[in-house]
Design a protein around this ligand. Structure first.
Ligand code: PNS
Length: 162
């Protein structure tokens, strides 16, 4: 059985992430979507909220679970007995950083493989940061994120204004 981990900030989950999760769930026996608190990023949602949104949008995928962790990805993988990291690649610009991370993770634990899935070209421009920026500036995000996420972003922004 091949257990994979798809790690990320997911602040919030976008249609691009969901596309990768759905395709990974068809390819591997088990997929753990793992939310990481990234201290260098300004978060809109808490880790608990991101987990809740991810659980909601992956509820139709029986072999997908959602979790969160702190610390090194390789330690977490070891704990889960998972051997493969899934990463989505959107554009060449992602490549350098992802390449660095994959090599660092391999240095930390040589038994772990990183597999890259090319994004669906419909989502190649999409990122959580851009979604938040568009929403903050009053643009529509309904085509970019699942409905429950668009609603959560709207509520968060309207609370921030009041
Ligand atoms: O969605 P993101 O923010 O691009 O995801 C980056 C993430 C969370 C996958 C990366 O920062 C990570 O793996 N963090 C865990 C801490 C760690 O293991 N750092 C060393 C990796 S080279």
């Amino acid at each position: 059985m091949i257990k994979t981990v798809y790690p990320g900030s997911f602040d919030p989950v976008t249609n691009g992430h969901l596309d990768i999760i759905e395709r990974a769930s068809r390819t591997f026996d088990a997929v753990v979507v793992a939310v990481v608190k990234n201290p260098s990023k300004d978060a809109m949602f808490s880790v608990g909220e991101r987990v809740r949104l991810l659980r909601h949008v992956t509820a139709h995928l029986p072999n997908v679970t959602v979790d969160h962790f702190e610390g090194l990805l390789t330690d977490y993988m070891h704990q889960l007995k998972a051997s493969v990291v899934i990463k989505g690649l959107r554009a060449i610009s992602d490549f350098e950083y992802e390449f660095q991370m994959a090599l660092m993770n391999r240095t930390l634990d040589s038994s772990i493989e990183t597999l890259f899935m090319m994004t669906n070209n419909r989502f190649s421009y999409l990122s959580s940061s851009l979604v938040k920026e568009v929403a903050r500036l009053g643009g529509p995000i309904d085509e970019l994120v699942p409905a429950v996420v668009a609603e959560a972003v709207e509520i968060r922004l309207s609370r921030a204004k009041n």
